[in-house]
Design a protein around this ligand. Structure first.
Ligand code: SF4
Length: 387
């Protein structure tokens, strides 16, 4: 993407009173480092660039200085990539820099995504000491053959040990991520994965349907016939099985792909995203959205570091979000949440076919996806977008 011109989320773009009138923001920190690249992964993340890590930390801290001081921040989320490749000391440097630059809420949710394996209680204890209070583990499956298809590096046992290590270190807000629709996965293996997950009593669960991209190694294996194609009916059955099992175990589904042990354990960082209240993305390829504009950073970690450390903006693209589109996006994101969305009279009329098809429930002007609607949510969402 070509800059046009390179608008920057810099101090100059904010009014002098931005920190007073900006609603609390989520701060996303992108860590584009992984030990190896998984066969299905389309994220902006790279294997074999670990030597860049110290410089990258410096760049993250430098990028924060480009924002006006004192913006209110209520969550800090380290995503990636593999944030757990950062030492506790490196996490501390970034968290301290955020606290120094922004008005970070005293009770902010500070979360890291972690890949199981090579993470022990000592690591989690150190991470907790520096302020991390939530860990989200990318487990994906408890079956060795499915982990092998995904080329994940950890074993099922390592995932369990990592969760126990984090618990022993004192974490009381732990999430597990799993995927369904894996080549070779059956309803029976999915059920066993979910039951083993529930045995661990996580505070939060995220379940995602696998997207297979033709240009990635896993997609090529499927195209060559080495792995089976996905079966949409089976994926729908897996999703419904998960809804039933998790509800039976007392988990509250609060978003299409997310469940928690009650309101306290909902992911606050993602809730702000679904409520469309604005976020700052720091790091290579990170996106930001605030004051009705969306920004995208340079994706290549070395180029990102060069730019920021030379005092330049890492932003390579930005676009205004017109109010009509912003309103539609806000409704779509809110509909992802089980609490639903308030519709305008025009949106009520637009979604009449979805009401007839049983995809939404409507109470006056408040809409919520039905069970069927959660399976077919895109059928609802596209209708809300402006022409
Ligand atoms: S660990 Fe996660 S981010 Fe890294 S390559 Fe694998 S799927 Fe992608």
């Amino acid at each position: 993407m070509k800059p046009s011109p390179p608008a920057q989320p810099d101090a100059g773009r904010f009014t002098p009173h931005s920190s007073l009138c900006t609603p609390p923001l989520g701060l996303y920190i992108h860590i584009p480092f992984c030990t190896t690249k998984c066969s299905y992964c389309d994220f902006n993340t790279y294997a074999g660039i670990e030597p860049l890590l110290p410089r990258y930390i410096d760049a993250l801290i430098a990028e924060m200085q480009r924002y006006p001081a004192g913006l209110p921040v209520q969550t800090i989320n380290f995503g990636g990539g593999t944030p757990s490749l950062l030492s506790a000391q490196q996490l501390a440097l970034v968290i301290e820099a955020a606290r120094a630059r922004f008005a970070v809420d005293q009770s902010a949710e500070i979360s890291i995504e972690a890949n199981p394996g090579a993470l022990d209680q000592a690591y989690f204890g150190a991470a907790r000491q520096v302020g991390v209070n939530r860990v989200s583990f990318g487990v994906q499956s408890f079956h060795a053959s499915e982990l092998a298809v995904l080329t994940r590096r950890h074993s099922a046992r390592e995932a369990e040990e990592a969760l126990h290590g984090a618990r022993r270190a004192g974490f009381d807000n732990l999430s597990l991520d799993f995927m369904y629709g894996l080549p070779g996965q059956t309803l029976a293996t999915w059920r066993r994965t979910l039951q083993r997950a529930l045995d661990l009593a996580p505070d939060h669960l995220s379940l995602y349907g696998l997207t297979i991209y033709d240009h990635l190694p896993l997609g090529r294996q499927v195209a060559r016939g080495e792995l089976p194609h996905q079966d949409e009916d089976l994926m729908a059955a897996m999703y419904e099985l998960a809804e039933d099992l998790l509800a039976g175990a007392g988990y509250e589904q609060y978003e299409i792909s997310n469940w928690s042990r009650g309101e306290r354990f909902r992911c606050r960082h993602n809730l702000a995203y679904w409520r469309n209240t604005g976020y700052l993305g720091i790091g290579a390829g990170a996106h930001s959205y605030f004051e009705a504009r969306r920004y995208a950073n340079e994706k290549r970690p070395n180029v990102y570091c060069d730019a920021v450390l030379a005092g330049s903006s890492p932003v390579v693209d930005s676009e205004p979000i017109e109010s009509e589109l912003a309103a539609a996006e806000t409704t779509i994101l809110a509909l992802r949440l089980n609490e639903g969305a308030e519709l305008t009279p025009g949106q009520v009329a637009t979604l009449a076919p979805c009401l007839d098809a049983g995809l939404i429930d409507l109470e006056r002007s408040h809409a919520r996806l039905t069970r069927k609607g959660r399976l077919l949510s895109n059928e609802v969402f596209w209708r809300l977008l402006p022409d």
